[in-house]
Ligand binder design. Structure first.
Ligand code: SF4
Length: 348
């Protein structure tokens, strides 16, 4: 099945429309192992390196994609769209306006935007995106989300390295959806058969910028930290809610995307904090890791208020800023080890 790639700085993009059109929605996630030399030519040094890596991927692989769609997200998204139109070749480019607000007017606006995108995809590719097809795609998305919810819940009491969790979510966002369901079913059997949660390992909640590469998750494992809950878009934000079943699938998509836990790219900081507290009330953790990728401004700005609120509630929290690199950062390892040691001392 051909792919339509999408640029999405959080979880804004209604990939169900792409599935209903008969394409595989492919979330561009870049590759931390490939140098950003090719995209450095077009963007200044202070641009988010994760998004630069997406441009690097597009410059090399856009010929494998039937089209590229941008979902309005952080400021990086807007600038990238302008650059990509000039330098990345693709037979189909589209910009989807995703509203910042989540009120009634914003809902009407988003529905109209999705409707316009559907019309454009239909006319460009000569496909029919019927109500029935959209409903089927929504059901398929929900099948994936339900399985991911199950897998995610196993992190608290089974031996699931942080890398395994990230890998399975990335596959869910990039592979053909039928294949994803088979992979998730196999993983459910395999993860359920795993050993119990490893002794001497601390349970943590992870918040902040999206983590796109497994090596950073390995660092946490090395420090005997397991992420058992998170609020990342390449994480729980992708599957926390199911898409409601409604007669009008576009109404269902509006309701769904407006109820996804809000990221820092939306002006909804209190909603973000409330969601974090809900998760922390549901699941006991020993600590919270807040991190932002260098030059990720939305999450860096939010982190001060969000982290103060979490600390005021009595949670132990460490904030880290990380580089975009697969190479282990020894300073981060030292800080995490010192933090977990301090937690153990306090709990004695
Ligand atoms: S890491 Fe931050 S700056 Fe980069 S795309 Fe994501 S939200 Fe935007």
């Amino acid at each position: 099945m051909e792919k339509i790639a999408y640029f999405d700085s959080s979880h804004e993009f209604p990939e169900e429309i792409i599935s209903a059109a008969g394409f595989t929605p492919y979330k561009i996630l870049g590759n931390v192992h490939v140098t950003n030399e090719s995209s450095d030519k077009f963007l200044p040094a202070f641009f988010c390196p994760a998004a630069k890596s997406w441009l690097t991927e597009a410059l090399k692989h856009s010929k494998d994609w039937s089209g590229i769609i941008f979902a309005q997200g952080c400021n990086t998204t807007n600038r990238h769209f302008d650059v990509w139109k000039l330098h990345v070749s693709s037979p189909f480019y589209y910009w989807l306006n995703c509203p910042m607000k989540d009120n009634i007017q914003a809902g009407k606006f988003f529905k109209r935007e999705m409707f316009e995108m559907i019309k454009k995809i239909q006319s460009h590719f000569g496909v029919d995106i019927s109500t029935e097809k959209l409903q089927q795609a929504i059901m398929q998305s929900n099948e994936i989300k339900t399985r991911l919810q199950h897998l995610s819940s196993l992190r608290s009491f089974k031996d699931i390295p942080n890398r395994d969790y990230l890998e399975i979510i990335k596959k869910s966002m990039q592979l053909p959806k039928k294949e994803v369901i088979l992979i998730l079913d196999e993983a459910i059997i395999e993860w359920n058969a795993r050993a119990a949660f490893p002794a001497g390992t601390s349970r943590f909640f992870l918040t902040g910028s999206d983590v796109t590469y497994e090596e950073w998750m390995d660092t946490l494992d090395e420090c005997h930290i397991r992420i058992i809950r998170d609020d990342l878009s390449i994480g729980e934000r992708y599957f926390t809610n199911l898409i409601p079943e409604k007669k009008d699938p576009l109404d269902a998509l509006v309701e769904y995307y407006f109820n996804v836990p809000r990221p820092a790219t939306k002006p909804a900081i209190q909603q973000r904090i409330d969601n974090i507290f809900e998760v922390l009330d549901e699941t006991q953790v020993e600590g919270v890791i807040s991190q932002n990728l260098k030059f990720c401004e939305p999450f860096a700005y939010d982190s001060v208020i969000v982290n103060n609120s979490i600390r005021e509630k009595g949670y132990r929290l460490i904030h880290l800023e990380r580089e975009f690199t697969p190479v282990k950062d020894q300073q981060i390892v030292n800080r995490l080890n010192a933090f977990t040691e301090m937690l153990q001392e306090v709990s004695k």
